[in-house]
Design a protein around this ligand. Sequence first.
Ligand code: ZN
Length: 368
Amino acid sequence: MMFICAIGMESCTHRVYKNQITAQALSEAGIRKAKPKNIILMIGDGMGLTQITAGMYENNNHLEIERCPVVGIHKPYAANNLITDSAAGATAFASGVKTNNGYLGLDANGNKHPSLLEYAENLQMSTGLVVTSTIVHATPAAFFAYQTDRDAYEDIAIDMLNVDIEFVVGGGKKYFDRRLKDSLDLVASLREKGYFVSDYFEQDYNNWTIPEVKKLVYFSADGDPLPVSNGRTYLPKATQDAMQFLQQKNTNGFFLMVEGSQIDWGGHANDSRYIISEMLDFNSAIGKVLDFAEKDQNTLVVITADHETGGYAINSGKKFGELVTSFSTTKHSADLIPVFAMGPGSEQFSGIYENTEIYHKLKKLIGR
Ligand SMILES: [Zn+2]
């Protein structure tokens, strides 16, 4: 009996050992062979598998995301809660640490962990952020701010001046130039730092030809940008512009984060139409990014979400294009989250792993 057990254990150990060697060798070979020049991280806030399913079934059973050859799953929980918020979720991607809900760029003990965007800047890459929330909202903020309170928007705006991001599109102008806690004019400060600054009031984004400047900030709203259903259209064009702008600026490659921010807001509102219209807008941006990556052949695209919102479900009784849906909460859920990838290094993103691994995998692939 003992003999059989020992044999079994030995052969089992041997099998695991062999598999580890093979996986490690493959992974090292993969990294050596396939290091991308550019990295594009796309985050659908609150975009769980049901949000993706609903977008797909309401769009003739097709989404651009299906073009990604690699699919994985991450575990989105926070340090202090099984259910993460966007601050802890984005900090996991940006800085590689599980932290408390509400924290940005800090671990659960409050220690600062510089973001991937700052890492890319230090490697002389160009960087960009394009979002449909305010630019000081939790997800984009995790890439440049270090705060214990995600709602400290005016402090987060100050943090944005400390990082040299070349291309920024998002809402929240009032946190820069009509501040409540002080009389600083951060739009003027941005201009002093060499930024070209414009906004929705001066310039309709969709009719805008991006000027020949070194770096730019475009404020798409004073506070939160409109939902797609109320006329917001800039995300696909801003995503396209960001890729072109950053590529032209720099031969060292770029790091771009694009967020479909309001899929989450549709989930909080338990509004299926809101979720689907935001999903399809994000889908258009994904299409632009995958077109760019396919043509460029040197760009890694990773598409995921920070968490699911709404406990969203598709129920029986209807068919494609006529979904019957329901929700179990107006908050976030604890669901595992899909990850989609295309381009050099994309094979690193298959399997099941912690959300913080997205940071570690990207950092290894960015490393020059
Ligand atoms: Zn949310």
